[in-house]
Design a binder for this molecule. Structure first.
Ligand code: XMP
Length: 432
């Protein structure tokens, strides 16, 4: 391993990731661990140069106030403590307070003598070594959705083990225009990956026929996805490993010993138990922006690496109610127009997420001097930091007019375009 490491020990803080990120921002790798970590465990971790004990309000576990054990205090590594006072004041984060930032910097570089050697080149080199060591000459399977995380895992594994990797791209028929083609072009044609492309559109759409309940739709899509992937996996011989695009927030948000679970970790579980794979999760210590930098460093196209967040059930959640093929086509085509025009207007990367929705009702209009009865397309564009709250940006009227004109002219079965002005809360970003 090429990188030095600072260990952030969670002593009940709610902001462990902020501290870990602040250390990484100084160029030193950091990981978060539980308060009851042992000296033996730390000794096994590579290149640990110091410990940051991060206090906070959740410092009582099972009725006992937690503290750093003597064993850790005396393990020979320097310890920096972020105190938490019982009067409820939370210490400011390093990025919020220059003095704290300076203290932390001095601790890391002067006291611990850590090197600022956390960068993508070293990360990639280390991971290639680790992947090769873990996998040996065995084979690895990856569900390649075309999303940022699975794409970066694929690119990294290709670099590490090349033809020992098999990727399966399941097209559930709910992807955006051009997405399955891009996955095939980048991975099969350009990177020469073993890629199995499964067009399961018909399967998914027939399972979804007549299903209007959003939760039911999500369940069907999720379950069918696993079924298709499993069928492909069973056709392959000698696969011992399953690669996953698990990233650090997936692990941290699944709960530490002092924090409540935020959400369950969607990358784990789901596959049948008799498909016994060992997991390969090379991105599991990276934050999202680091995953993107890793993708760039591996040469993936910007359109893949800076892709907007896209729900697993895809356009299925934007074709409201029971999905029909013609309405799904209207969602896909209007979304493509919106993305194209946002790119032309220089809004790519400036607006956090934007897409279209087609509800399952029609309204009266007039076309070619005759009455028409068609769907509306709703434009959604939001800015947010963490998707928990969101604001609607003021967009240039002319851009909206161009998009409207194109949608009305080019998308079949649509006679109105609406713009959703609602912030979250009380609305959500998606419509179902
Ligand atoms: P909401 O609609 O809850 O969306 O305000 C917040 C963010 O999450 C994305 N989203 C999903 N992502 N699977 C995902 O992977 C899903 O089922 C899903 N539903 C919503 C949404 O696009 C937004 O960025």
């Amino acid at each position: 391993m090429r990188q030095d490491m600072l260990l952030v020990v969670d002593m009940g803080s709610t902001r462990n990731t902020d501290v870990a990120r602040a250390i990484r921002a100084l160029g030193v790798y950091s990981e978060i661990c539980n308060y009851d970590v042992t000296a033996e465990e730390i000794a096994k971790m590579p290149n640990v140069k110091g410990i940051v004990a991060n206090g906070g309000p959740n410092d009582v576990v099972d009725g006992q106030k937690i503290g750093l054990s003597d064993e850790i205090k005396n393990c020979g590594l320097p310890v920096f403590t972020f105190d938490y006072e019982d009067n409820g004041t939370v210490h400011p984060m390093p990025e919020e307070d220059e003095a704290i930032q300076e203290d932390l910097r001095s601790f890391i570089f002067d006291t611990c003598k850590a090197q600022a050697n956390w960068n993508m080149e070293n990360f990639i080199a280390d991971q290639i070594e680790l992947i090769r060591k873990q996998v040996g000459d065995k084979k690895v399977l990856l569900a390649l959705s075309g999303g940022v995380d699975s794409s970066v895992v694929a690119a990294l594994l290709l670099k590490a083990i090349g033809s020992q990797l098999t990727c399966v791209h399941v097209n559930h028929g709910l992807l955006r225009k051009g997405e399955p083609e891009q996955v095939v072009r980048v991975f099969k044609d350009e990177l020469s990956a073993n890629l199995i492309y499964v067009d399961a559109t018909e399967r998914f759409l027939s399972k979804l026929e007549g299903v209007a309940d959003p939760e039911q739709k999500r369940k069907i899509i999720g379950a069918e996805f696993i079924r298709v992937f499993e069928e492909e996996a069973r056709k392959l011989d000698g696969i011992e490993f399953l690669a996953q695009g698990t990233i650090y927030p997936d692990i941290v948000e699944s709960g530490t010993k002092t924090a409540k679970m935020v959400k369950s970790h969607h990358n784990v579980g789901g596959l049948p138990e008799d498909l016994q794979f060992e997991l390969v999760e090379p991105l599991k210590m990276l934050f999202k922006d680091e995953v993107r930098s890793c993708g760039v460093a591996l040469g993936l196209p910007a359109s893949m690496v800076y892709r907007q967040p896209f729900p697993g059930p895809g356009l299925g959640v934007r074709c409201l109610g029971a999905i029909t093929r013609d309405r799904l086509e209207a969602v896909r085509e209007s979304d493509a127009i919106l993305r194209e025009e946002f790119a032309k207007a220089g809004l790519e990367g400036k607006v956090w997420q934007y897409f279209t929705i087609v509800p399952d009702f029609k309204s009266v209009g007039v076309r070619d001097n005759a009455r028409c009865f068609d769907w509306p397309v709703i434009i959604r564009a939001v800015n947010t930091i963490d998707a928990m709250t969101a604001q609607v940006p003021q967009l240039d009227w002319a851009v909206l007019q161009t998009i409207t004109a194109r949608i009305l002219q080019e998308v079949k079965g649509v006679n109105r375009v609406c713009f959703d002005l609602s912030p979250k809360p009380p609305a959500t970003i998606e419509w179902e």
